[in-house]
Design a protein around this ligand. Structure first.
Ligand SMILES: *[C@@H]1O[C@H](CO)[C@@H](O)[C@H](O)[C@H]1NC(C)=O
Ligand SMILES: *[C@@H]1O[C@H](CO)[C@@H](O)[C@H](O)[C@H]1NC(C)=O
Length: 485
């Protein structure tokens, strides 16, 4: 066997991402296992960390925020600081003055403030309720976030309350409270651990430069370009044939690779699709763990206008549009602070709306968006020069933006989601429950899976299954770099 490990990093947004494969590869490399191969389906690394040029500005189709300033240090935030990447504190403090009614006009500030107060108290209730459900010795059944809201006796029903609820929940989970598990999503550990400050990254080098920085530590490179024999781009894995003695991987272009082990770091959305055929089929427990999990869709649509017609200046960056149809072009952001004079706006949509929108032609989406903007800013506004619509859901290499934990999915199932099948290891943002959906999860998942594989290579008795005492659930996921953990 020429390769000891074949590391299949195929693809890995908002917050989301994929540096899983790079971190897994780096962890193996650092432990002395250097005979690795990284197969990447795209023409560049990064997956759901994806920076693109839009009218002379770098915008992020995927992961965009870094979280920092909390009790636990955040490696992505630190690398961003080290590289002097430009980040901007997202200030939502003035949102009460920036919510538009369906037919236009702003809601009076005192009305929004009262609605926000209810949402905040409800959110606190959900947090303490979730903590009680999970209290040691009280392994009570999980409920959805919506059920927890019902228990609080305040379920959002008006357009204003719904858009605020969306801002609290869907804007993070990319799925509605009806679907999302309370116990496994709330409290939001990424903010508890890393700080409740989120920094919007807007730098000409892109969010990707964080990943390239990490990759450069172990892959040969020239300047910012990775040129390492062990990284193969545009290699779409279609078949993984595994047995007790090894693994054979076939790619779309007809190449065949042999390896002792593989790490599959494709999204759970891709695992649910038929892109990769496993021979023999994955066992029922594994397939069920994959199919029962959720791949959510979170889409940022960018628009560039000939001039700006929206309020700018401090504390106007974020504005919300309330509509009777929950999630209809709800969350807006201008980039006047980050990119002065760029005249770029973007709107975030998720879930079923994102899927509906994705299936239409750009021009049709632009028409819908212009109708919404006209409601907010009047009919006398220009058409955009350009519109950029990521289609994460239809893209066969992603099938969505990031994972979400649905109600009814047990922690045991989640262990099975990351459990190896023979010589195939599974990794990715979806396998790291503490920060599920975030770039941070992708980061730690790569390290965790690689460490698991290293243990197996070094001591065969560890090959079957995770050590259930060290990595059980999100409450116990530990920062593998934290000396105190
Ligand atoms: C699977 O791989 C083995 C070698 O590892 C090979 O002998 C066998 O023919 C392959 N099976 C298929 C269906 O490709
Ligand atoms: C808050 O938002 C309103 C409406 O966009 C804006 O007029 C005001 O300048 C913003 N900032 C503060 C500090 O109120």
């Amino acid at each position: 066997m020429s390769r000891s490990i074949l590391f299949y990093l195929m693809v890995d947004l908002s917050l989301c991402v994929k540096e899983t494969r790079i971190l897994a590869a780096k962890t193996l490399h650092d432990s002395g296992i250097q005979d690795i191969l990284i197969l990447e389906a795209n023409s560049k690394i990064g997956g759901r960390i994806h920076s693109v040029q839009f009218r002379g500005h770098t915008v992020e189709l995927g992961a965009n925020w870094v979280i920092g300033g909390g009790p636990r240090s955040n490696h992505l935030y630190e690398i961003a600081s080290k590289l002097n990447l430009k980040t901007y504190l997202s200030d939502y403090g003035n949102i009460s003055a920036n919510i538009y009614k369906q037919e236009g006009g702003l809601y009076p500030k005192h009305i929004v403030s009262a609605a926000l107060e209810v949402a905040e108290t409800r959110d606190q209730f959900c947090t303490s309720f979730s903590t009680r459900l999970s209290a040691p010795g009280h392994d009570r059944d999980d409920v959805s976030i919506l059920v927890s809201q019902r228990l609080f006796k305040e379920v959002p029903t008006t357009p204003l309350d719904m858009v605020i609820d969306y801002f609290y929940n869907d804007y993070e989970d990319a799925e509605p409270p009806r679907v999302t598990s309370l116990k496994n999503t709330i409290p939001r550990y990424e903010f508890l651990d890393f700080g409740d400050q989120t920094y919007f990254l807007a730098d000409s080098r892109g969010f990707e430069s964080i990943l390239i920085y990490i990759a450069k530590q172990f892959l040969s490179h020239k300047h910012e370009v990775i040129r390492d024999q062990r990284l193969k781009l545009n290699k779409v894995v279609r078949e993984i044939n595994y047995s007790k003695s090894g693994v054979q991987v076939k790619t779309e272009d007809g190449s065949v690779y042999q390896a002792k082990y593989v790490i599959v770091s494709v999204s759970v959305g891709v695992l649910q699709s038929d892109l990769i055929v496993f021979k023999p089929h994955l066992p029922q427990w594994k397939t069920q763990a994959i199919y029962e999990f959720d791949m959510a869709v979170y889409t940022k649509i960018f628009l560039r206008f000939p001039y700006k017609f929206w309020p700018s200046g401090p504390e106007t960056e974020f504005f919300l549009y309330a509509h009777e149809k929950r999630g209809y072009y709800p969350i807006w952001q201008h980039l006047e602070t980050e990119m002065p004079g760029s005249n770029i706006l973007f709107v975030t949509v998720t879930d079923e709306e994102a899927k509906r929108i994705e299936q239409q032609q750009d021009i049709k989406i632009q028409e819908e968006i212009m109708d919404v903007l006209k409601k907010m800013f009047g009919n006398d506004i220009p058409e955009p020069d350009e519109i950029l619509i990521p289609r994460w859901w239809s893209n066969r290499f992603f099938k969505g933006s990031f994972s979400n934990w649905p109600i009814g999915y047990s922690q045991r199932r989640h262990m099975q989601l990351k459990e190896p099948v023979g010589r195939i290891y599974f990794s990715g943002e979806h396998t790291y429950s503490r920060y599920l959906g975030y770039a941070d999860a992708a980061y730690f998942a790569g390290i965790e899976t690689a460490n698991h594989l290293i243990r197996c290579i070094k001591h065969e008795k560890y090959c079957n299954g995770y050590d259930r005492h060290s990595t059980i659930d999100r409450l116990h996921n530990e920062d593998p770099y934290d000396p105190d953990a």
